[in-house]
Design a protein. Structure first.
Length: 300
């Protein structure tokens, strides 16, 4: 891609996971409390890996409570002022794209009519967000073409939503918010145990095949992949807590506490999802600086 210099793509965020290219920047933000207020100079695409609640406001509107579900997409056009705050922000991906790059990648969208939206279900975006996070973790090891291809596909998905606003929420209708929350609560309560599809289906009052099908249609990921994501997130949290206390993390104990069959099983999952092993994660990202008032935003 060509465009402005990388250092012109900035957001009021702090995170250990950040990658820039010509005309775009990708930031993977950890779960942390935050409060931000800013006017982006670039179009901002956001994706929730975890649900989060707080207060937000866009374009001078009044502040209002928000309740963002996991695997949901947000878009804030350049020049739209943003306020967002949460006392327990979830893991979040931010893709900032220069307006001229966005216009080139989405030529069918009138640049003067870009609409802001949040908490939109688009299952096709899930794999793109996962790929962007993995590429950001790998950093310079990611070929520029691979990152740019993911960015182009992400812009294409957002442009499709902007061009079909009345249809954009339909993919997730069958999986209600209540059922989605019940599934995630089931995961969290039994993360170190074996979780069965039959138990999940019974808990939600659905058949096993219907639950598996509608969950994937609503989120763009499978129940098993979602469970692995939660186990990896809990494992990272445990390892980072040990690091902050100055105690070497026992990866075997972390694996057992998060439902992995073994240290090797956890290592395989980390490498497949994040592109690095647990040990590599800790060496590179295990002790990030605490987020200040420029933390992260569900809207950004």
């Amino acid at each position: 891609m060509s465009g402005p210099e990388p250092n012109t793509v900035t957001l009021p965020h702090r995170s250990a996971l950040h990658s820039e290219g010509l005309g775009f920047a990708v930031t993977a933000l950890p779960a942390s409390p935050y409060e931000v207020s800013y006017v982006p100079a670039h179009h901002v695409i956001g994706f929730t890996f975890e649900g989060q609640r707080g207060v937000d406001a866009f374009g001078g509107a009044r502040r209002r409570p928000f309740d963002a579900e996991p695997w949901r997409l947000a878009f804030t056009p350049a020049g739209c002022d943003v306020f967002s705050a949460s006392d327990r922000g979830g893991e979040y991906l931010v893709l900032s794209v220069a307006p001229e790059i966005f216009a080139r990648l989405a030529p069918g969208i009138p640049t003067g009519r870009l609409q802001q939206f949040t908490n939109v279900a688009d299952p096709l975006f899930t794999s793109l967000a996962t790929g962007l996070r993995r590429a950001t973790v790998l950093g310079v090891a990611t070929p520029p073409l691979a990152m740019e291809t993911l960015v182009a596909a992400a812009v294409e998905r957002v442009s499709a939503l902007l061009g079909a606003c009345t249809q954009r929420a339909q993919p997730g209708r069958r999986m209600t918010s209540r059922r989605l929350k019940r599934i995630l609560d089931h995961f969290e309560a039994r993360l170190s145990e074996g979780i069965r599809l039959a138990d999940l289906a019974s808990d939600c009052g659905l058949s096993e095949s219907y639950l598996a099908r509608t969950f994937r249609a609503a989120t763009g990921t499978t129940l098993h992949a979602a469970l692995v994501e939660r186990r990896i997130a809990r494992a990272r949290s445990l390892m980072e807590a040990d690091s902050r206390r100055g105690v070497p993390a026992s990866l075997a104990e972390v694996a057992a506490a998060t439902g992995f069959a073994s240290h090797a099983h956890m290592t395989t999952a980390f490498r497949r999802v994040l592109g690095v092993t647990p040990s590599e994660w800790m060496r590179t990202f295990g002790s990030p600086p605490p987020l200040g008032p420029t933390g992260h935003s569900t809207a950004s």
